[in-house]
Design a protein around this ligand. Structure first.
Ligand code: ZN
Length: 340
């Protein structure tokens, strides 16, 4: 057996896992608690539940459920390191919009952000938006002043709009290489602009379906290890058996035998079918990066984004690396929360 002790894994984009859905109509504190426990079993000790494009009422409902879950237990509170709101100010264009509900897209509103933060007890850490939406630059500056990181994603900006967003304070790219038009001018385009921008740290979905191995390798090398973060973008159906399901993300989703999640009939990806543990397993098997380098991207870099330095965070995960990544023991805040 090849057992290793790793720092706790940190996932900045989690929509759900094992059937527990942050974005379902009827999400409750219990859903979020169960989701957190399911993620512990995968070695994820900190994460940002990710609330996607919806009506303001639905967004507020999800935020309140997350806050209530944190109040129920200090370990749950420790692991829910904040909240990521992905949308609703995204590009309406097909391809860039991904699986987000076109009917609920809207321009960024500082007043709405304030209502979110009130409902969320100030827990919002990341907002993903398209920088070309009207009012984005002022919104970015206000959010940054409140300690919220703005991430560029699901967008189709002109090059100068990327630069202006960075100047206003945007500091991240959301699942770079996805949520983008399938066809772009070869150069220049906003993908190269984001890759080249030293002020942007990039999140990448490393599930083996969203980005081919050579593409992801080249992107990580372009950004550098210190500016690269692996996320799962796991959907509620991640870890569920193959089949066809109805979801609030925007209709029917098919779970394929290999775990790929797609909008039925379109082939468009509908989030990822694996956890960050599964992403690490794929990365170790398919990318040219060492175990230490992968952990920089899956633990220490995302922890830094949460302003949670490793030295002050005692979370650990013991894994067995024989034939994959198998979680054996998970320690959160010096408490063992999972053993197998
Ligand atoms: Zn997305």
């Amino acid at each position: 057996m090849s057992v290793r002790s790793w720092p706790g894994l940190v996932d900045l984009q989690v929509n759900g896992f094992h059937g527990f859905d942050v974005n379902s109509d009827d999400v409750t504190a219990d859903t979020i608690v169960a989701l957190t426990q399911a993620l512990w079993a995968e070695g994820i000790t900190s994460y940002l539940p990710t609330v996607i494009t919806a009506s303001e009422d639905r967004i507020l409902h999800a935020l309140q459920a997350i806050v209530q879950a944190r109040r129920s237990d200090p370990l749950i509170a420790h692991s829910i390191a904040g909240i990521h709101v992905e949308g609703p100010s995204l590009s309406p264009e097909d391809g860039a919009r991904g699986a987000h509900d076109a009917a609920q897209l809207r321009d960024p509103s500082i007043a709405e952000l304030e209502r979110w933060q009130q409902a969320a007890d100030g827990l919002i850490r990341i907002v993903t938006l398209a920088p070309e939406r009207a009012g984005a630059l002022e919104y970015i500056a206000v959010a940054k002043a409140q300690g919220i990181r703005i991430s560029i994603g699901h967008c189709a900006p002109a090059l100068e709009q990327v630069r202006e967003a960075i100047d206003a304070g945007a500091s991240l790219s959301t699942h770079l290489g996805n949520g983008i038009h399938p066809m772009l001018p070869r150069h220049p385009n906003h993908l190269w602009a984001q890759l080249a921008a030293d002020d942007l740290t990039a999140m990448f979905i490393a599930d083996g379906h969203h980005l081919p191995a050579d593409t992801l390798t080249a992107m990580i090398r372009a950004k550098g290890l210190q500016r690269s973060i692996l996320t799962s973008d796991s959907a509620a159906l991640a870890g569920c058996p193959p089949g066809r399901y109805s979801t609030p993300v925007g209709g029917d989703v098919t779970v394929a035998d290999d775990g790929r999640l797609s909008l039925s009939g379109t082939g468009l990806l509908a989030g990822s079918g694996t956890s960050l543990r599964g992403c690490i397993e794929w990365a170790l098997a398919n990318l040219p990066f060492t175990e230490d380098e992968v952990l920089i991207m899956a633990a220490s870099n995302p922890a830094r984004m949460l302003r949670r330095p490793e030295s002050s965070d005692p979370d650990r995960v013991d894994v067995d690396l024989d034939d994959g990544v198998h979680v054996r023991r998970v320690v959160v805040s010096q408490t063992t929360v999972f053993e197998s």
